[in-house]
Design a protein around this ligand. Structure first.
Ligand code: C5P
Length: 305
């Protein structure tokens, strides 16, 4: 049997440094060109095998579904299905407790990170039976961002987001601080894609210029962009998203954009003091639930115990 039967994993969130929507597939999904970066804000997962043949998910946040609807459940199910072709896992199930830190409906891959953390953690319990590539393909079957959350670091993601190419990330910049804030307002991902499709005129973005800026380390923050900002622009209910950008820029951010389909917004700073000032300015406003300073990281999932 396995040498260990339990593990604690940190599963980090992501931000999108750029996001362009290239087109729509017949199955309704969209083709993307996006650069994703792992950041030092993560959910903690306690994963422990049981002998009841049950996948049991619990979470310290009552808003998160716990049963089969939770993507972490689906991740465990996929992992067991795959490994059962190679090993006898009769009656093996798993208890998973999620300590939630990544804000929901934020565009920071909260659910996808948990799914990646489960794949990563179970794979560690089974002595790294599968390689990262295989874990990524299991992840891609669960959701568009899960493969990235398995791989982590900084990646140019294309296709639905699952085709990845590593690139220099913000961690290569010394003194890079990221202030990320979650406005009270939520944006649902399917809604954001649907509204984007309806836009009569869509902006064009120079994704290659952004990739080049990452390669040579110049003007990165000022070239960041997110096509989903077009969806919410000018709509009163989403004003706080633009207010967050304004506050970040007024306080010295080199660039500030929304991440993913929102609603979280982040700004890039080269000074800790400025980052702290921006954070406290955002905390003085009623519109934002939580504001944090995070760092770029090279890893998405790691063992914490
Ligand atoms: O894959 P995931 O569950 O994260 O996606 C949530 C929803 O976002 C999908 O149901 C789909 O409506 C939309 N989506 C999309 N194209 C992508 C990723 C997500 O249309 N590349």
């Amino acid at each position: 049997m396995n040498k260990i039967d339990k593990i604690k994993v940190l599963a980090n969130a992501k931000i999108n440094l750029s996001l362009k929507i290239l087109g729509k597939l017949p199955n309704g999904y969209h083709l993307l060109h996006t650069v994703m970066q792992s950041v030092s804000l993560g959910d903690k997962l306690e994963i422990k095998l049981n002998n009841n043949n049950i996948i049991n998910i619990t979470c310290d946040n009552a808003d998160i579904p716990t049963g089969e609807k939770n993507i972490a459940y689906k991740a465990a199910k996929v992992f067991f299905k795959e490994i059962s072709s190679f090993k006898n896992i009769d009656n093996i199930g798993v208890d998973i407790f999620i300590n939630k830190n990544i804000p929901e409906q934020a565009g920071m891959a909260g659910g996808s990170a948990d799914a990646a953390g489960v794949l990563f953690g179970l794979n560690k319990i089974f002595d790294d039976f599968f390689d990262k590539q295989k874990l990524c393909s299991m992840g891609a079957s669960l959701g568009a961002d899960v493969a990235f959350c398995v791989k982590g670091g900084c990646q140019i993601c294309t296709g639905r987001g699952e085709i990845m190419q590593a690139i220099n990330g913000l961690d290569k910049i010394s003194n890079c601080y990221i202030v990320v804030t979650k406005p009270k307002v939520n944006v649902s991902t399917p809604f954001a894609y649907g509204e984007y499709d309806k836009l009569p005129i869509k902006k064009d973005y120079d994704e290659q210029a952004f990739v080049n800026s990452l390669k040579n380390g110049e003007n990165i923050a000022s070239l960041m962009f997110n096509a989903f900002e077009e969806v919410i622009a000018g709509k009163q209910e989403y004003n706080s998203i633009f207010k967050a950008k304004e506050i970040l820029l007024e306080n010295g951010a080199l660039g500030a954009i929304m991440t993913g389909s929102g609603s979280a917004v982040f700004g890039i700073f080269e000074s800790k003091q400025k980052a702290e000032k921006a954070k406290s300015e955002l905390e003085n406003q009623q519109d934002f639930i939580k504001t944090q300073i995070v760092l770029p990281c090279e890893n998405s999932c790691s063992v914490i115990e």
